[in-house]
Design a binder for this molecule. Structure first.
Ligand SMILES: C[S@@+](CC[C@H](N)C(=O)[O-])C[C@H]1O[C@@H](n2cnc3c(N)ncnc32)[C@H](O)[C@@H]1O
Length: 312
């Protein structure tokens, strides 16, 4: 039976719109359209002259965005990674003119809810995990060919899973018997290979996260997306990033800090801080969801929102 995808509740919605400091006639890019919760809130603040471009890798997100584009001529959509943000923005000749860019990274609730997409260990389905199932290889294909050390490194580093080696060994032993092609097969195998349990966390949580991040090159895309986003912004434009785990947030935090510091010169070099050509100003502190939002949307628990404004 095919699952019906649930709605996607946008995380930190009011905080995001505030952080983007939306100008009525401005140009905005939502690099992770999803189901358009954030995009619609931004569009609601735009005048007839305002424009918005949405991007997403996922074909279901694109279908939902196409429906919006048909109703709203201010909105455009392109199926691509935000790692190709510069090319998508250049297609509209908006380089250096964008007033705000949002990246709300990770997976959406509909992706997790549909068993056929293979993102969730809670639903049995083909072990796919690609945000765009027409590009690259599935998790099952990767697990069938990767060597044990590569699997262990991915699970350890991208899942921060201390039993990465044991789990990788169990995967390689199991695939010699039968190919690992379903989410439940992998979840059971990881469960059996894990010698201890974390409270309120399925033992396969970290392994699934790691394989998903690897298959979709999520951290590589994030680094490329951040760099291109700053290039595309107008002076005074805002970049808002919502991340869902420490690996992503660390990349965002360091990138923002480095760009806010400017040129990397020795600390005793005789110039003032503003002569270091900082590219951005950090706006406020990292924002997390409050109790009220967490009551309605547990997915918001790990969300961290960071904002910078382009200076030059
Ligand atoms: C957390 S959801 C975004 C939800 C959206 N803000 C909303 O309100 O509906 C993340 C979305 O980003 C997409 N995505 C993840 N990585 C991407 C990438 N590198 N490029 C483009 N889209 C990406 C996923 O397919 C998913 O639809």
């Amino acid at each position: 039976m095919t699952d019906k995808p649930s709605e996607h509740l946008p995380v930190l919605l009011d905080e995001t719109v505030t952080a983007l400091a939306v100008k009525a006639d401005g140009i905005y890019v939502d690099g992770t359209f999803g189901r358009g919760g954030h995009a619609r809130a931004v569009l609601a603040k735009l005048s007839d002259k305002g424009r918005m471009l949405g991007l997403d890798k996922d074909p279901d997100a694109i279908n939902s965005a196409n429906a919006l584009a048909q109703q709203d001529s201010r909105f455009f959509i392109e199926q691509c990674s935000f790692a190709d943000l510069a090319s998508a923005v250049s297609g509209h000749l908006w380089q250096g003119q964008v007033d705000g860019i949002l990246l709300d990274i990770g997976v959406s609730s509909p992706q997790l809810d549909v068993a056929e997409r293979g993102f969730s260990f809670q639903k049995d389905g083909p072990l796919d995990m690609r945000m765009n199932p027409d590009v690259g290889i599935s998790a099952a294909q990767w697990l069938a060919k990767a060597d044990m050390d590569e699997i262990a490194t991915v699970i350890k580093t991208l899942g921060e899973e201390r039993y990465g080696k044991r789990i990788a060994r169990a995967i390689v032993e199991a695939r010699d018997e039968t190919p690992i092609t379903t989410t439940h097969q992998l979840a059971k195998l990881v469960d059996k290979a894990s010698p201890s349990r974390e409270k309120n966390k399925h033992p396969a949580t970290r392994t699934f996260q790691a394989i998903r991040i690897h298959i979709n090159n999520e951290l590589g895309d994030l680094k490329l997306g951040l760099e291109q986003a700053l290039d595309m912004l107008a002076v005074g434009g805002r970049l808002v990033v919502i991340s869902f785990h420490s690996l992503e947030d660390r990349i965002v935090k360091r990138y923002f800090r480095d760009e806010a510091l400017g040129d990397d010169l020795p600390s005793d070099f005789p110039i003032t801080a503003d002569q270091l050509n900082p590219r951005v100003k950090i706006i406020g502190k990292a924002i997390k969801a409050g109790e009220q939002e967490l009551g309605k949307n547990p997915r918001a628990r790990s969300a961290v929102l960071r904002v910078v404004e382009k200076l030059a």
